[in-house]
Design a protein around this ligand. Structure first.
Ligand code: NIG
Ligand code: FE
Length: 432
């Protein structure tokens, strides 16, 4: 019999030869309000010691090398090592791309008009319904691999292109299978209320039947099957109203799901206020949030998740009021919103570029929004999002010498490798 004392010590690896280690270390909670560069915790010529799946020490290279001479060396080749990005808002389980819509928008037909004509989300719904679970898993695997190659180590994936009992459950089962096979950590969200299905749009009675089905059939099946960690609703004029979103989210909370909300994306309807009222973990989009909404999020501690690539891709000139949110004391996260309609990009560093150039975040604010605050937007701030002893070894290595270059090299691919819980999740062919 082997006792604990005889068990081999967990394997130790020293990530070293880093131009900078960017720790983002601090409280295991969202950073609220404006952030200074010191908040990034940059260690020049730093190193990180990983034991099994956890970080066990972080500090200057010379000290860690002396203290751990037998650790296996992982050579960072003079790059910047930072916590892997937490992409806390994606719709990464989808079928066909929707490239035709970008030309329609360019010719003057806006996003909501395309949807009202049966395109937009409805087009992705028709497509997803035609595919079986295996096909969705295969597509999803490729999409998650692309996120990992851009530095993402934790990803939230929403359902919402099924919009029927059978197709929503199929989507969530596919997401569960992805969680088992993907190299990233996957957090599933139930977004059955992503649109009103076309077949339920005819009249008030049909809409009421769909809402009843969501609340009394789908939600119980999702909760009992343990198929989602969060529930979300697209709360927007023309989609779900504030009272409908309140009803669905309250029912989800009663079944133990955490809450997220697509709020005030294109017009202000009180979505942010609702997210705050219900204690949602995040309110997302917020392109048209009101003053009252800003104050409500700051007071509630609900993370404001901003998705700058989405508004840019839709051709909008205004972005969410990130600075006003920070000045009010809110926590801001950024995410890709990776989806086939409004944000077909897995390029997380590009989102950081937009966070600085469009949202006017400082680099420290943008990086914390992508790491600690992204983790907080998934209820995972105690586990990931920073390089500190005891946290999961979720790491991203970039081929740059200064963290400020990550948002600077706009649209470039500089990620050399990502590790999730200490295991390689993606590796650039040039880095082996
Ligand atoms: O977050 N706004 C709603 N949902 C997605 C878009 C989904 C789609 O167009 O397929 C979003 O932008
Ligand atoms: Fe979204």
């Amino acid at each position: 019999m082997t006792s604990a004392a005889d068990a081999p010590a967990p394997h130790e690896r020293l990530f070293t030869h880093c131009a900078q280690v960017v720790t983002c270390a601090g409280p295991a909670a969202a950073r609220r309000g404006p952030q200074s560069p010191e908040g990034l915790g940059v260690i020049p010529d730093g190193a990180v010691l990983v034991r099994g799946d956890r970080i066990s020490a972080v500090g200057p290279r010379a000290r860690l090398e002396a203290a751990h001479p037998h650790a296996e060396v992982v050579d960072a080749r003079g790059g910047v090592l930072l916590p892997g990005f937490c992409d806390s808002h994606t719709h990464a389980l989808f079928g066909r791309p929707r490239h035709a819509e970008q030309e329609l928008r360019a010719a003057g037909t806006d996003y909501m008009t395309i949807a009202a004509r049966g395109g937009g989300i409805h087009a992705s719904v028709r497509d997803l319904r035609s595919r079986d679970e295996d096909a969705l898993v295969a597509l999803g695997r490729d999409r998650l691999r692309r996120l990992a190659m851009h530095g993402v180590t934790t990803v939230e994936v929403k359902s919402g292109y099924g919009l029927s009992v059978e197709d929503e459950l199929k989507s969530l089962r596919a997401i569960r299978r992805l969680a088992a096979v993907a190299p990233l950590r996957v957090v599933p969200t139930f977004l059955g209320a992503h649109e009103i299905p076309l077949e339920s749009r005819g009249d008030a009675a049909a809409r009421a039947r769909w809402l009843d089905l969501l609340e009394h059939e789908l939600l119980p099946a999702v909760a009992e099957g343990g198929l989602a960690r969060f529930a979300d609703v697209f709360c927007e004029p023309g989609v779900y109203t504030v009272p409908e979103a309140r009803r669905l989210l309250q029912a989800a909370a009663a079944r133990g799901l955490g809450l997220k909300l697509h709020a005030d994306e294109l017009s202000p309807s009180g979505g942010a206020e609702l997210a705050a009222e219900l204690g949602a973990v995040s309110a997302d989009h917020l392109g048209a949030i009101s003053e009252a909404g800003i104050r409500a999020l700051a007071a509630a501690g609900t993370v404001a998740t901003l998705l700058p690539h989405t508004l840019m891709f839709l051709g909008k000139t205004a972005q969410a009021p990130a600075r006003a949110l920070l000045e009010a004391g809110a926590a801001v996260a950024v995410a890709t919103d990776f989806n086939p309609g409004t944000s077909p990009t897995p390029n997380f560093p590009l989102v950081l570029t937009l966070a600085v150039s469009q949202l006017r975040l400082q680099v420290a604010e943008a990086v914390l929004a992508a790491t600690v605050n992204g983790a907080a937007a998934l209820g995972l701030a105690h586990e990931t999002g920073q390089l500190a002893p005891g946290f999961r070894a979720d790491l991203a290595l970039f081929e740059v010498e200064d963290v400020r270059e990550i948002p600077y090299w706009s649209g470039d691919h500089r990620c050399l490798a990502t590790w999730v819980a200490g295991r390689p999740a993606w590796r650039s062919p040039g880095y082996d």
